[in-house]
Write a protein that binds this ligand. Structure first.
Ligand code: SF4
Length: 329
């Protein structure tokens, strides 16, 4: 591990200022991913600015939405009474994401910025465009069972590992940012990039910009939402496929509105807008859910080892929507 300096600012402006003082500075949240990457010499920051003491409130907004400070622990979000009641998919996603110890350490901001668990990314003997731009990608012709089926590129087929972000994508969450040029807000699904030709550039963050909070807009049917994660073992594993969904069914049995996002299938949490559009106005039946899933997955491209993810995604989408439809009858 390289030597690095450490600072713990008192407020956000001080954090942004400190991040500009040393080239190669990284903001430090709970460190559950960054410190591992530093131990493996995948990340080698010259300075760490510890932001775990900042932005630690969960605020209920007058419109019924939430503002969740970036420094709030994953556990605190999952245990928050309003989150559990109004947005159960978010609590369930976080609880599915990691052990209690990691949830206690990990922050919301750090969860958003955690890096892929592609095995080749962690193996310094392997070619990886994300770790070393232009080197190539050993995953494309290698062992790629856990890799992407949607939105991948010839440069990178990695997936985003977060469960929390899948629920936030379905909830249309905003990310509040502050940097040297002031504050701005972007959609979570716009902040995290697809790999394209530059998988090393994972977000739209500008230099020194800090995530200060996540905004969750109100969702009238948020209470009828859930998250399901399919993985190789019951705990301590990342998603092969996960689904966050909320469903609003009218008295006529037709879908009034739906939110759907997939995890484990792309370089970013995948908001399934095609499936949503296909389903609105349709009867809330397994056949309609399957047709919506098929519409979303028509563009899926399997690699040698992960073709099963297409059918698995389809089945989990149908199962989750079926469950939500049944819960409201
Ligand atoms: Fe690196 Fe992406 Fe290829 Fe994995 S899939 S080896 S992260 S370039």
């Amino acid at each position: 591990m390289n030597p690095f300096s450490y600072a713990r600012p008192d407020d956000v402006p001080a954090a942004i200022r400190m991040a500009g003082e040393t080239a190669g500075t990284k903001y430090l949240g709970g460190g559950t991913n960054l410190v591992d990457l530093m131990r493996e010499s995948i990340e080698a920051p010259d300075a760490l600015v510890d932001v775990t003491g900042l932005s630690k409130a969960i605020t209920r907004n007058p419109d019924g939405g939430l503002t969740i400070g970036a420094g709030v622990s994953n556990s605190a979000v999952a245990l928050d009474a309003t989150v559990r009641r109004e947005f159960p998919m978010l609590a369930r996603a976080i609880l599915a994401g990691a052990s209690g110890q990691i949830r206690n350490m990990a922050t919301v901001g750090g969860n958003v910025l955690q890096r892929t668990r592609c095995l080749y990314f962690y193996d310094e003997a392997a070619r990886c465009n994300k770790r070393q731009p232009g080197a190539g990608c050993d995953a494309i012709d290698g062992f790629n069972r856990i890799h992407a089926i949607l939105g991948a590129s010839p440069s990178c087929v990695a997936t985003h590992p977060s469960d929390m972000c899948v629920a936030l994508a379905a909830l249309d969450a905003d990310v509040h940012l502050e940097g040297p040029d002031g504050a701005r807000t972007v959609k979570l699904t716009d902040l995290i990039r697809l790999p394209g030709g530059h998988p090393d550039v994972e977000t739209e963050l500008k230099p020194q910009e800090l995530i200060t909070a996540i905004g969750v807009p109100p969702l009238g049917f948020g209470r009828r939402s859930t998250y399901r994660k399919v993985r190789d073992r019951a705990s301590y594993a990342f998603a092969l496929v996960s689904v966050a969904a909320a469903l609003d069914v009218g008295p006529d049995g037709r879908v009034r509105d739906v939110r759907l996002a997939l995890g484990g299938v792309a370089h970013k949490p995948w908001r399934a807008t095609t499936a949503e559009a296909t389903l609105r106005g349709q009867p809330a039946t397994a056949a309609a859910f399957a047709a919506a899933a098929d519409a979303e997955l028509v563009g899926a491209v399997p690699l040698r080892d992960n073709g099963f993810k297409i059918e698995l995604s389809r089945r989990v989408i149908v199962a989750v929507l079926d469950e939500l439809a049944g819960a409201g009858q």
